[in-house]
Design a protein around this ligand. Sequence first.
Ligand SMILES: CC(C)(COP(=O)(O)OP(=O)(O)OC[C@H]1O[C@@H](n2cnc3c(N)ncnc32)[C@H](O)[C@@H]1OP(=O)(O)O)[C@@H](O)C(=O)NCCC(=O)NCCS
Length: 403
Amino acid sequence: MDESFTNLIHDFALLNSLGIRLVLVHGIRPQIDSALKIRGQSSQFQDSLRITDKQSLQCVKESAGFVRVDIESLLSQGVANSPMSGAELRVISGNFITAQPLGVINGIDFQYTGKVRRIDSTAIRQQLDLENILLISPIGYSPSGDLFNLSAEQVATEIAISLQAEKLILMTEQSCQSASGELIAQMTTDETKEFINQELQLAVNTQQALKSAIHGCQAGVKRVHILNRLIDGALLTELFSRDGIGTLISSAQFESLRPAIIGDIPGILELISPLEKKGILISRSPEQLEINIADYIIIERDGLIIGCTALHAVKNSQTGLIACLAIHPDYQKSARGNQLLERLLQKAAKQSFTQVFAFSTQSMQWFIERGFSEINMQQLPNDLETNYNPLRNAKVLGKQLIM
Ligand SMILES: CC(C)(COP(=O)(O)OP(=O)(O)OC[C@H]1O[C@@H](n2cnc3c(N)ncnc32)[C@H](O)[C@@H]1OP(=O)(O)O)[C@@H](O)C(=O)NCCC(=O)NCCS
């Protein structure tokens, strides 16, 4: 067991103490390889899957036993040597997985390599209700008493599906990075499929984790996190910071730009009130927002509204007023302001507006760099002129729309 694993054990203890229900599934691939090596043997693989013959099965049993006992002992003593001292962790293992043979695929008999047939989710839930941590090995038993070697990623995913878990976290020893080496913070399941098909050098365990993530999401697990376990503190950072440190995979877009609905009003107010207090935006009451909600578009990221703006139609003219443009300070300078403006301009074109205006005290330059120009009051439509508050002394910016 390496040092990063000991740190992880402390994190599990902390999560347990916070009342987070944990099912831990450990892998045994490297341990099986070492056990075979000691015997002067090796396994055959097909499509990165081990063909588990009788000799390998012996190593599977050995490895599962050793690893489970090692983790149990770490969970028992790790707490005493940490700030979590005094917490009592109860770890439960058992025959929660029924397996069946993978069978013969393309003429190849996978022998004792199996797949999950059924999860005893009732028994797992009962243990979780008792605040026990479940520790599950990647092996399963068949009703006829045979034992099968399973993929840890598959076992974890099937358990998450059967429990309809909030989160499934799959640990790898590699971060998901783009071809240019940037960490991929989030992917939809479709993007994940494309990512796997790119010629990136993905370790077998990473590929398995990504495929399992797709399956988990498609079967109803809301969020699957792919996490590089070698990064110190990765688990807690992923769980307790909004942007995390791993790759979040979900069926739906994690961030979306969409028309606002009434339910978004508290989130919009939270975003704009600091700017209203500074006088950058004019004050709006919840009632005003509600009346005009159809004018607003927002960017929602993981349940938080991080951007908004509105396009109000100006009476008696073919023009629109851009208002309430704001991007959350943590998410500025990533072209989100630009995206909102683009979407508003499309909306304005659909409404056959010939011009749009904005009043700004602090962001004139931002608008000018996006094709707006400063105009004088006489060029404003009459109905908009009455909206102008001379005390704010905002600059007036306008943009002609090409029809
Ligand atoms: C103005 C605002 C919406 C821009 O959002 P954003 O998502 O950061 O914008 P983008 O990523 O599309 O553009 C970023 C560029 O605009 C520049 N920029 C940001 N705010 C600016 C401002 N007030 N004036 C001039 N340029 C600005 C950035 O420096 C960056 O340019 P760079 O890449 O050359 O450094 C955002 O800064 C904001 O919410 N500001 C506070 C509220 C506000 O002023 N709203 C306008 C009311 S009229």
